[in-house]
Design a protein around this ligand. Structure first.
Ligand SMILES: Nc1ncnc2c1ncn2[C@@H]1O[C@H](COP(=O)(O)OP(=O)(O)OP(=O)(O)O)[C@@H](O)[C@H]1O
Ligand SMILES: Cc1ncc(COP(=O)(O)O)c(N)n1
Length: 274
């Protein structure tokens, strides 16, 4: 059987809702063979991150080499990279294999406030990784860090997207999950010329752990299957909407999104899961 493949380069979330675990579940649900390169191990649950154990940069390079020299991949997604040395090592490895369908989720801070990226690594993210990105998916606080802009209005979101495009990302998705006073969750895609809006009703729930990871890996999975960036973002938006609507009540904090909701709903003709 011939399958499409996607690779996530990210950190492990022991609680299974974000990071590598969210990515692999999303790849699986979207019918793509998932592979993983670990950059860090976190002790994490729905209450937050209790500990971070970064892996050395050679570990990422060596894992990517093992995949690149034998299996190859149709798309790559990066998540938690933790420090500048890992970012540089990952960027070098991606370039050396000439992988083009690269989705960069510039993960910086976990929901509970724990830093998943060293402050001094932001320069490396901009200089080494953004130029390799077919799609970059910042939330508003991440876009503010990357651009140095304060982003509140729609015009500022569009201007930040232009800045990130100039830094080398060929497409930018400005995610609106953090605009909590707005009734809709609006993501804006910029392709260097035009802006496209992806809008869905905002769901009132505390179970949003891993939304960013899930959304970016859904984009990578759809790109791996050969879809355009516009269509990949459109499917990812439907995937995350279903995953948040049917989110999972486990633990005592922010529960995870439901990675099987999108596929099961399609089987059930669009009905929400019990
Ligand atoms: N309450 C919500 N209702 C509907 N959609 C949401 C909600 N929260 C986030 N989203 C959607 O989820 C996706 C991820 O957006 P978000 O801004 O939450 O990313 P993120 O902050 O990187 O995620 P995380 O906080 O998990 O790191 C986007 O498509 C966004 O519109
Ligand atoms: C290993 C890892 N990677 C990424 C996130 C961000 O996800 P969230 O902001 O939903 O906690 C996380 N919490 N853990």
């Amino acid at each position: 059987m011939k399958v499409k493949k996607a690779l996530t380069i990210a950190g492990s979330d022991s609680g299974g809702g974000a990071g590598i675990q969210a990515d692999i579940k999303t790849f699986q649900e979207l019918g793509v063979y998932g592979m993983s390169v670990l950059t860090a191990v976190t002790s994490q649950n729905t209450l937050g991150v209790q500990a971070v154990y970064p892996l050395p940069p050679e570990a990422a390079a060596r894992q990517i080499q093992s995949i690149g020299e034998d299996i190859g991949t149709d798309a790559v997604k990066t998540g938690m990279l933790f420090d500048a040395a890992v970012i540089k090592s990952v960027a070098r490895s991606i370039s050396s294999f000439g992988w083009e369908k690269v989705v960069v989720d510039p993960v910086m801070i976990a929901k509970g406030g724990t830093s998943l990226l060293q402050k001094e690594a932001i320069a490396a993210l901009k200089e080494d990784l953004l130029p390799l990105a077919m799609v970059v998916t910042p939330n508003i606080p991440e876009a503010e860090e990357l651009t140095g802009m304060a982003i509140k209005t729609e015009e500022e979101k569009k201007e930040a997207a232009r800045v990130l495009h100039r830094l080398g990302a060929s497409h930018v998705v400005m995610k609106g999950g953090h605009d909590e006073d707005v009734e809709k969750a609006v993501d804006i895609l910029f392709d260097g010329e035009n802006f496209f809006y992806f809008t869905s009703p905002r769901i009132q729930t505390k179970n949003t752990h891993g939304t960013g990871c899930t959304f970016s890996s859904a984009i990578a999975a759809e790109l791996a299957k050969g879809h355009s960036v516009y269509n990949a973002v459109s499917t990812a938006k439907q995937f995350i909407q279903a995953a948040i609507e049917d989110s999972i009540q486990i633990g005592n904090g922010h529960g995870p999104t439901n990675h099987w909701a999108f596929g099961r709903r399609n089987q059930l003709g669009g009905k929400a899961l019990e």
